[in-house]
Ligand binder design. Structure first.
Ligand SMILES: *Cc1c(COP(=O)(O)O)cnc(C)c1O
Length: 501
């Protein structure tokens, strides 16, 4: 908000004086007030020009201006409220008035910072070349040289023997379950704390999910809860056909511990590494610890093809089968012949070109996201009741999204209120994924918690993500930090907790 010094004038002012004042103050807007300084209306450059064009002499008083009701806001209005007021009236300036109607400040649209978004695509200098190749050679189709190269390059990057590029991460999970033989009536164990796309394909296959809680150390699947789920399955004599393990917010799950349990029962793992491409687990690339791993290249992920996904595996037969199913399951016959149901899930050669360019900068993108996390963590370390997602010794997270929890008893605010207040500052923050066992569509499904109290319930209730894009400017990060500190300070003042600075 700008100060209003020199911007006010009253109706007795002449057109000439008003033009001069407009010129000197340089804001393109003045505030008409009455004798007691109460706001009457805004006056723009255009308003004065229209008086001149209507033939008013320069000595006319501003009484000649028509009465209009200009939009105003309260002094403590949020940025979002101010922008909404401007948009509703299609104006670019809004004065803030105190309770007596006296102007105390002026908002100009050009001074209002742009929204800061959670995670946006970040292109490099390389994508265009690969996409241009596709155009030049007329490979505007699913499949083609970019797809083949993207598969080879990604497989090499993550140390997998084989890869198949598909139209989305969700499609990749669906194919993974299908080629592992998950079918109607089967049971699939699945991390509860995740995005819905992990669990939906279980239903596509007519199988039933059993949800597994997180552990507090990594926020990912709890080996303890998984062990209990298997013991229960043993008692019932109904073993899962697969276990879907999710790597949340760029961090690997404790794959050795989880794999040991699954191996004991001979059950394959699908590793949902949609969020953890570029991360490592015990110094090895994340996503290649299960029978099949999947990645996503959705627009908000660490690298993107605007939409896409990939399956990786060391088992050639599984990837070959996934490829077969992803292209309508066409039998090797001289005509169109089909013996099983297939899908149209392949990635386009154009989008694979985007992916190849993005893959070349993956390491830089990981470094940037980790740097964003580092900056937040250091600058907000002293905020009472705010804690960042931990990173166990065996993990090197990509910090795809910087995620934290707040303790509402210390903060004096709920997570919902905190996210809303950031939103009012035009900063996009989001609640941690709502666990699958709490989703209305899955209320009937069994759930195994880490301890008597569910860990994922607490993470959902108290957790949220801050803007984390690899393309955030230092100034944008500074704005996030300042806003978080201010919101915490204002809330803390009310709850009696003191905070320095
Ligand atoms: C994004 C995401 C997916 C799905 O990927 P799409 O490419 O959007 O289909 C699956 N699982 C998790 C954990 C994700 O974050």
């Amino acid at each position: 908000m700008l100060p209003i010094d020199g911007l006010t004038l009253d109706r007795s002012t002449t057109l000439l004086t008003a033009l001069d004042q407009m010129n000197r103050t340089g804001r393109g807007v003045l505030l008409l007030v009455d004798g007691s300084g109460r706001f009457q209306r805004t006056i723009t450059d255009g308003d004065l020009r229209r008086l001149l064009l209507a033939g008013h002499p320069l000595a006319t008083s501003l009484d000649a201006l028509p009465q209009i009701a200009s939009v105003t806001v309260a002094p403590d209005a949020s940025l979002t409220t101010v922008v909404q007021a401007m948009d509703a009236r299609k104006v670019d300036q809004v004065p803030a008035l105190d309770n007596d109607g006296i102007p105390v400040g002026l908002w100009l649209r050009r001074e209002i910072p742009q929204p800061i978004l959670l995670s946006t695509p970040h292109l490099s200098e390389f994508e265009e070349g690969y996409v241009a190749d596709a155009f030049r050679t007329n490979w505007i189709a699913p499949l083609g040289p970019n797809v083949d190269a993207f598969e080879t390059e990604l497989a090499a990057k993550v140390g997998a023997k084989h890869a198949a590029a598909v139209s989305s991460g969700t499609a990749a999970i669906h194919l993974a379950l299908r080629v592992l033989g998950v079918g109607h009536g089967d049971v699939v164990f699945c991390s509860s704390l995740t995005f819905i796309a992990t669990a939906n394909p279980i239903l596509y296959q007519g199988a039933t999910p059993v949800f597994i809680d997180s552990e507090p150390e990594s926020w990912n699947m709890s080996p303890k809860a998984l062990r209990r789920a298997f013991r229960d399955a043993e008692r019932e004599g109904r073993f899962p056909r697969a276990v879907v393990v999710v790597n949340l917010y760029g961090q690997s799950a404790d794959m050795d511990a989880l794999r040991a349990i699954c191996d004991e029962y001979g059950v394959p793992i699908v590793e949902d590494a949609a969020e953890s491409l570029g991360a490592t687990y015990k110094n090895r690339p994340s996503g290649n610890f299960g029978s099949i791993g999947i990645y996503s290249f959705n627009g908000n992920k660490i690298i993107t093809t605007s939409g896409g996904g990939m399956l990786v595996s060391d088992d050639a037969a599984l990837i070959e089968q996934a490829r077969f199913l992803s292209t309508q399951a066409r039998d090797p016959a001289p005509h169109y012949q089909h013996s099983v149901v297939g899908y149209n899930y392949r990635m386009s050669n154009i989008l694979a070109g985007v992916g190849r360019g993005q893959l070349r900068v993956l390491d830089e993108r990981v470094a940037s996201r980790r740097a964003v996390f580092q900056r937040y963590a250091e600058a907000l370390a002293d905020v009472p009741g705010l804690h960042f997602m931990p990173e166990p010794a065996w993990s090197r997270s990509t910090r795809w999204l910087t995620t934290c929890t707040i303790d509402p008893r210390i903060m004096g605010l709920s997570r919902l209120q905190f996210v809303e207040r950031l939103g009012a500052e035009r900063i996009e923050a989001r609640a941690v994924w709502k666990p699958m066992h709490l989703q209305p569509m899955f209320v009937e499904c069994p759930y195994f918690s880490h301890s008597p109290t569910s860990v994922s319930d607490g993470l959902f209730e108290h957790g949220f993500c801050l803007p984390s894009g690899s393309n955030l400017t230092p100034m944008q990060q500074e704005r996030v930090i300042e806003s978080v500190r201010r919101i915490a300070r204002d809330a803390g003042a009310r709850s009696g907790v003191r905070m320095a600075g």
